[in-house]
Ligand binder design. Structure first.
Ligand code: ZN
Ligand code: ZN
Length: 318
């Protein structure tokens, strides 16, 4: 099968990657399309020392099991079901887990991948392939609401106008937040403004420290520092993006201003699918580039560019 893999720290197109066989409780899924995520951009720069087939945001056709022949999306954490964390319902933190396209598990930038059947969710007919590709990042954005108790009409600043920043802003607005997005890219900010979400260029954002919640979605090592300059004392900073580099900042403000710092990762798929199917979020035109797997260089260049939201690989017909 065709696949895009990280080999010796290098992203390459493999025309004849071996296809794995599903084991017990596993299903082979044939991706229809898969999206490039900020995490993928980090992984090809050495984050987590990943090697193998990349890609974790996908919609595909299940080949076997109870959803055989149906359109599915898959949760990315593949858990052991035996450890203390799994027993406590904290499977996303299972120390024995593999993570599709991120940790010891081949991903979806390929003509097939293996997914535990328990991770799969059917895609409703009214959810397009483009929208289904966004289930994973929408779920990640919804995770904020699982972790942070949102006070009525909280003042929220989302830092970062990219794919995840846009989704987090939409999620928090839908939850009643008074949301502002602070970013660097005029075209991306204009898209948010068109959704009725006020925006600001980062250099113009007043450092007044009035936000109840700041969501850090920049994917840059300086994002946390900027977040701390915007959050009010006793406020909450939610960190949604990982960075390959190291943070270099003083953590004293966290203590002095009694800031709550919340790390936030994967979220509830079922809620994301239901919200997308109900039309809660504006996801039209979110996909801003379509490529074949062998066009990966252009695709990644496009995903890194200033204007693209979601870039997808079209892998096979659905
Ligand atoms: Zn992702
Ligand atoms: Zn476990």
């Amino acid at each position: 099968m065709q696949a895009l893999a990280v080999v010796d720290g290098q992203l390459i197109f493999v025309p004849n990657h071996p296809e794995a066989e599903p084991g017990d409780g596993q299903v082979r899924v044939r991706p229809i399309q898969a999206g490039i995520c900020e995490t993928d951009l980090q992984l090809v720069q050495g984050y987590m020392g990943f090697s193998g087939v990349l890609g974790h945001e996908f919609v595909g056709i299940a080949e076997s099991g109870s959803m055989a022949g149906e359109r599915v999306v898959g949760e990315i954490n593949c858990i052991c079901e035996k450890c203390e964390f799994c027993a406590r319902g904290l499977g996303n933190h299972c120390p024995n887990r593999t993570v599709i396209g991120i940790l010891n598990h081949h991903g979806a930038f390929a003509e097939s991948l293996i997914v535990p059947e328990r991770n799969l969710h059917r895609v409703p007919d009214n959810v397009s392939n483009d929208m289904a590709t966004l289930v994973e990042p929408v779920a990640a954005a919804l995770q904020i609401l699982e972790q942070v108790e949102v006070v009525p009409n909280p003042r929220v600043i989302v830092l970062g106008d990219g794919r995840l920043g846009n989704l987090c802003a939409q999620v928090l607005k839908a939850a009643g937040g008074d949301v502002r997005v602070v970013g660097k890219h005029r075209a991306k900010l204009a898209r948010l403004a068109a959704l009725g979400i006020p925006t600001e260029l980062v250099e113009n954002a007043p450092r007044t420290r009035t936000a109840d919640v700041v969501v850090e979605c920049t994917g840059s090592a300086t994002g946390l520092e900027t977040a701390l300059s915007l959050v009010r004392p006793r406020g909450t900073v939610v960190m949604k993006t990982t960075v390959a580099g190291a943070h270099q900042l003083s953590l004293a403000p966290l203590v002095i201003d009694e800031i709550t710092l919340v790390g936030s990762r994967c979220g509830p798929f079922a809620k994301a699918i239901a919200a997308i199917s109900d039309g809660v979020f504006q996801l039209d035109d979110f996909v801003g580039g379509r490529f074949r797997l062998d066009q990966y260089q252009q695709a990644f260049e496009h995903a890194r560019g200033p204007n693209a939201l979601k870039v997808v690989f079209e892998i096979q017909p659905g």
